[in-house]
Design a protein around this ligand. Structure first.
Ligand code: GLU
Length: 386
């Protein structure tokens, strides 16, 4: 295990984006969590990470963890040989290892009075809009309830064609999904270099990236080891996804104790800075959706509320047209027929039609489930400028 970083009198040099980040997603690689030779979980390291998470939560930030390690832990328990595994073997290893992983998080979080929640995702959960909405709402609900979501790929069921394969990109998708301000990729290296430093002694550390150019891509090399699926290449791809979603990204080393505290203290990292914030990025994506599945006609009161920046409530919608599912893009029209904007519907057409104009308190009774009073949340809506 590497030595803890010096903490005494460290200057506070973290970028302001770190201090400002209200919602942070942290990706933890297998190589940091497990001992390569014994396959054992590095408990001291994980305990130090959970200390840092507790500190961030105390500061009022939302934290989502994306943790690898299931295959690395499980393969050892199953006595599988070193080297590349067959797909079925990885799936079996993940099934065994994920239990230990979740247990370790639960135990260590409980020491600080935190609750963790396991979320296993497959590619479709972030790429298909409807499933995306479900995963997103669950994570939002957990965060509102002050639980720490611990996400991993559902490796047991994900076959080659429907797999991310690496948690770098998965964590960037999750960061976009929850509109995180910052994604931290804890790696075995303290950032991006002009060339892989183990191959080129003249490689220079790059502290700041504001755009992912082909030059930056070329610096990444291939890499990827037996233990960690992603090399710098998938981290740059994660950067592209994160910046597109308005999320800043940090690559730094996790080979120290208290790696998140180290960021607060201005340790060596590479920052990838997004040009826009997550909500703006999402709204821009929504307004660019060419295909709309339906139309929601709103009353005057709702129009005023929307212009004032509020969500669209079920109570303010007079009628709906088209055939849309939950999560589909729909057009919002004023009483005089003008298009006010677009948004993602929180209800399918059939359900929406049954609850139109009804009070929030009646919705659950009519539908048989608690879906909330909003037909479109304000963050899921892009209004046209007047
Ligand atoms: N999901 C894999 C696991 O938990 C790891 C993928 C990766 O290393 O990025 O073992």
């Amino acid at each position: 295990m590497s030595q803890p970083i010096a903490t005494a009198a460290a200057p506070s040099l973290a970028r302001p984006e770190w201090a400002r980040a209200r919602r942070i997603v942290v990706k933890i690689g297998s190589a940091l969590l497990t001992d390569r030779d014994t396959g054992q979980l590095k408990r001291d390291w994980l305990a130090s990470l959970m200390d840092d998470v507790t500190e961030l939560v105390r500061q009022g930030r939302d934290v989502v963890l994306v943790s690898s390690g299931s295959i690395a832990l499980g393969r050892h328990k199953l006595g599988l040989p070193k080297g590349a595994l067959e797909l079925e073997q990885s799936q079996a290893a993940a099934a065994v290892g994920q239990i230990s992983l979740a247990h370790a998080y639960q135990e260590l979080a409980a020491q600080s009075g935190l609750t963790v929640a396991q979320i296993l995702l497959t590619l479709g959960d972030t790429e298909q809009r409807r499933r995306y909405l479900n995963a997103w709402h669950t994570i939002e609900t957990l965060l509102a309830l002050k639980a720490i979501p611990v996400v991993n790929e559902n490796d047991t069921v994900a076959t080659a064609e429907i797999k991310y394969g690496d948690n770098d990109r998965l964590s960037a998708r999750v960061a976009g999904m929850v509109s995180a301000d910052c994604l931290v990729l804890l790696s075995d290296i303290d950032g991006l270099y002009t060339a892989p430093p183990n191959e080129n002694p003249n490689a220079q550390h790059i502290p700041l990236v504001t755009e992912i150019t082909s030059e930056i891509e070329a610096m990444a090399g291939d890499a990827g080891t037996e233990l960690s699926k992603g090399g710098m290449k998938t981290k740059i791809e994660a950067g592209r996804i994160a910046l597109g979603a308005g999320t800043n990204m940090v690559i730094t080393t996790g080979k120290v104790l208290h790696p998140l505290r180290a960021i607060s203290q201005g340790c060596k990292v590479t920052w990838f800075l997004a040009k826009q914030d997550p909500v703006t990025a999402k709204k821009r994506w929504i307004s660019g959706q060419l295909e709309s599945r339906g139309t929601l006609h709103v009353d005057e009161g709702a129009e005023k509320a929307l212009v004032a920046g509020k969500s669209l409530l079920v109570a303010g919608v007079t009628h709906v047209e088209g055939e849309f599912e939950r999560g589909d893009a729909v057009i919002i029209r004023a009483p005089d027929g003008r298009e006010l904007g677009r948004g993602l519907s929180a209800y399918a057409k059939g359900d929406a039609a049954r609850i139109l104009g009804r009070k929030s308190s009646e919705i659950a009774e009519i539908l048989g489930f608690e879906g909330g009073p909003e037909l479109i949340h304000r963050d899921d809506m892009a209004l046209h400028r007047k």
